[in-house]
Design a protein. Structure first.
Length: 276
């Protein structure tokens, strides 16, 4: 079962905030009045102290609420860290990269629900974006290929958008002496994406081929986006599960700030970079 951390954070922030507010405007006054009454009756100091003391749940709520509120505002409206879970965005982003995702590039959004509160900008072709795919509660990260209204075609390792062939420059294979993967640069509006294809075997002839991944044509509906991984032959993306609705956008990936693939590894900062 996937844990809905944004929803949990929202509930905890709202709950502790409500308890702190109720105490400030009602319960604290009742405790103060009870303590004053005991003072007038010359009660024992321990009884007076007990009457004006905050209950444990109120004390903890007032302590945690400011921290939860700061975390909630930062991750909901400013930025949030994510870890790359797979190799679908290689070679630019690899498994174990920790990235920083801007929450305001595409407008301020209602936490949990995703609807836009204040429009600031819209996704551009070539952006690397974090989102929820259709009918899935997991975070995905892919590159924006198709914008609303676009006609996208992908065949033989070549993208064509609205009838225009995307400028693609081959970079060769790696390793050079016996290539297992092949790289190319795609010019996507203002962004340049380095994409890769892996060598595979043809199921009929058993001959080596450069596997392009799922191919086809797509018409992007209004309010939706077509996403693809840079590792075109090894990516579960919009070619498989369809289009991403606007309300499923989480934010724009802007930087790699750490690499840490597993608990047994030492965190590394050698891959720190801005994401293109």
């Amino acid at each position: 079962m996937d844990i809905d951390f944004p929803l949990i954070l929202l509930v905890l922030t709202a709950g502790t905030g409500a308890i702190a507010a109720i105490d400030k405007f009602w319960l604290a006054k009742k405790r103060r009045a009870a303590a004053d009454e005991l003072i007038d009756r010359h009660a024992h100091p321990d009884d007076i102290h007990k009457a004006e003391s905050e209950p444990f749940i109120i004390e903890q709520s007032k302590s945690f609420f400011p921290v939860l509120l700061i975390v909630f505002v930062l991750r909901s409206f400013i930025a949030e860290p994510f870890q790359i879970p797979s190799g679908s965005m290689e070679p630019g982003l690899v498994k174990g990269d920790f990235i920083l995702v801007s929450k305001f590039h595409y407008g301020l959004r209602m936490p949990v629900f995703g609807n836009t509160l204040i429009p600031i900008g819209e996704p551009e072709r070539g952006d690397v974006m974090v989102f929820f795919p259709p009918n899935d509660s997991r975070y995905f990260i892919k590159r924006v290929i198709g914008l609303p209204g676009d006609h996208v075609e992908y065949r033989n390792h070549q993208l064509t958008i609205n009838g225009q062939t995307i400028d693609t420059r081959e970079l060769g294979g790696e390793p050079a002496y016996r290539p297992l993967k092949y790289l190319a640069e795609e010019k996507l509006d203002s962004a340049t994406a380095t994409v890769q294809w892996m060598q595979a075997r043809d199921s009929l002839t058993n001959q080596p081929i450069i596997w392009a991944g799922p191919e086809g044509e797509w018409d992007v509906p209004a309010g939706h986006y077509l996403m693809m991984g840079d590792n075109r032959g090894n990516s579960s993306d919009g070619r498989v599960w369809g289009f991403v609705p606007e309300e499923n956008i989480v934010g724009k990936a802007v930087a790699v700030w750490m690499h840490w693939e597993s608990w047994g590894d030492v965190p590394s900062f050698s891959r720190n970079k801005w994401i293109e």
